[in-house]
Design a protein around this ligand. Structure first.
Ligand SMILES: Nc1nc2c(ncn2[C@@H]2O[C@H](COP(=O)(O)OP(=O)(O)OP(=O)(O)O)[C@@H](O)[C@H]2O)c(=O)[nH]1
Ligand SMILES: [Mg+2]
Length: 224
């Protein structure tokens, strides 16, 4: 009989580590969000915009997922918040075990919110639970308004979708109403926010949305 359980084992191992990560977050009263999106869609630029606002009232830590280099972690470290760079060495997504190792270092700090920036990729990362409580997807207007239909996984099981680089709308052929309608069909309840990190559009809304989620979760924990 041939051995056929390799794939299942990959997911089982990942899911076990994800559950341990989630238990750790819950024990420490931390909210964790997984930030997903294609390469160059503006994930780190969004963090550079919202982290300084969030840091006014929350203790924020960041895990940066990339194939190579510490460039994104350096951008986050410049904001003076704890950050760990997770390198996949060519892997196209983060997994819960790598996140677990990153948390050993990040959890030296007292935190309210952990943001995990996943590897830039609109496909694979969506398949891997990292132990997060929430997911936020990024779609930049330079990628095209057909992407929600073409990459549905990125938009289905998420709580918010950020349409980024909206300052470029006059220069690209991107029908924002069509993109929003397609996202809505895939996901009737996600918050859909128009943003531009470069011009500061919608940044307060993203920060408010996240702050409210963290506060709601913390008041649930505090309730008798
Ligand atoms: N015009 C414009 N450019 C932006 C905006 N946000 C990001 N960019 C540019 O888009 C490029 C990629 O931005 P990043 O924030 O590094 O994107 P990312 O999703 O973190 O990239 P990876 O981590 O490599 O997947 C950079 O050249 C940014 O300057 C925006 O709001 N407007
Ligand atoms: Mg990045």
């Amino acid at each position: 009989m041939m051995e056929i359980k390799v794939l299942r084992n990959v997911f089982e191992k990942n899911d076990r580590a994800a559950e341990q990560n989630r238990e750790l977050f819950d024990r420490r009263h931390i909210t964790c969000i997984n930030l997903l999106g294609g390469a160059g869609s503006g994930k780190t630029a969004m963090l550079e915009s919202i982290v300084p606002i969030l840091s006014q009232s929350l203790r924020v830590g960041v895990l940066e997922g990339d194939l190579a280099t510490t460039r994104d972690a350096e951008r986050i470290a410049a904001l003076n918040v704890p950050v760990v760079q997770l390198l996949t060495n060519g892997g196209c997504h983060l997994n819960a075990t790598l996140v677990q190792h990153g948390l050993e270092a990040l959890m030296q700090h007292e935190l309210d919110l952990v943001i995990i920036e996943n590897v830039g990729n609109p496909i694979c990362p969506a398949n891997f639970d990292l132990g997060e409580h929430l997911r936020m997807s990024v779609l930049s207007v330079t990628e095209g308004d057909d992407k929600p239909q073409k990459y549905p996984l990125l938009f289905k099981a998420v709580q918010a979708v950020l349409i980024t680089k909206c300052d470029l709308l006059p220069f690209v052929d991107f029908d924002i109403e069509r993109a929003k309608a397609d996202i809505r069909r895939l996901n009737p309840t996600a918050a859909i926010l128009r943003t531009s990190s470069q011009r500061g559009i919608g940044i307060e809304d993203v920060a408010d949305w996240l702050r409210q989620i963290v506060n709601e979760r913390q008041s649930l924990v505090a309730a008798p």
